[in-house]
Design a protein around this ligand. Structure first.
Ligand code: GLN
Length: 234
């Protein structure tokens, strides 16, 4: 393979609902077609996040209990992850991971679960309700439509310099009020979509890979990689 990328799978042994790990398999599937060898390490409890070693990260979703454990540990990785994101490091965060990159999540039992505030959103809890079901959104910049399945108690409100990943066409999205789903901040993409999101929305996988390649190989000619055709898979 001509290129290589290394992915940090944040807390992959604790946060992995609905086969979120399929996002990494999807990245590997498209990476191969782009002449890229993509390898992944689980970076979990008591292991620092080494921003020099990784070209992108993936952070999956989970239950409130596991999120509480991760919430404590991730404070030690806060500086390194924040610097990576501020430096344009690409990443994908789903559901619980999305919540923990933000300021806080109030869990279903009312407990405050701190995030790292690398992204400026915050997440409250719904009373005896969850948003569950199929969801479709449209990204305004690319015109792309994304399909997924959401299941969350949390209701998320975006902050400054954050845009939604898409506008809700059907389903609930971040909070059921403002019509937004997910978040984009620098080169980080967040969403409540399981499915897994990249298996159903290959264009997003391609975007993440290209961002990581451009950052690692700034002078490379990536025109072949840009041309990769993604077949709809939903
Ligand atoms: N526990 C969080 C919530 O219910 C995240 C759920 C998830 O990752 N699926 O909102």
């Amino acid at each position: 393979m001509k290129y290589s990328l290394k992915l940090a799978h944040l807390y992959g042994d604790l946060l992995n609902t609905y086969g979120d790990i399929g996002n990494i398999l999807t990245l590997q599937y498209y990476a191969k077609q782009m002449n890229v060898e993509l390898t992944a390490d689980v970076v979990s409890l008591e292991t620092p996040f080494d921003a020099q070693k990784y070209d992108l990260f993936f952070f999956g979703g989970g239950q409130d209990y596991e999120q509480m454990i991760v919430s404590q540990d991730i404070q030690q990785k806060k500086a390194a992850l924040t610097n990576f994101i501020e430096d344009g490091g690409p990443g994908l965060a789903i559901c619980g991971g999305f919540q923990l990159l933000g300021k806080y999540y109030i869990g279903a039992a009312g407990q405050r679960i701190d995030g790292i505030a690398a992204l400026p959103h915050y997440t409250n809890s719904q009373d005896n309700n969850r948003f569950i079901g199929d969801i479709t959104i449209k990204n305004s910049a690319s015109g792309q439509t994304y399909h997924g399945f959401e299941n969350h108690n949390g209701v998320t409100y975006l902050g400054e310099n954050e845009e939604p990943l898409g506008k809700v066409i059907s389903g609930h999205g971040n909070n059921g009020e403002d019509g937004g789903e997910g978040a984009i901040y620098n080169n980080v993409f967040c969403s409540y979509f399981h499915g897994p999101i990249l298996a159903r929305n290959g264009e997003l996988a391609k975007k993440l890979l290209l961002l990581a390649l451009k950052r690692k190989y700034p002078t490379a000619d990536l025109s072949e990689q840009e041309k990769l055709k993604i077949k709809p898979t939903y």
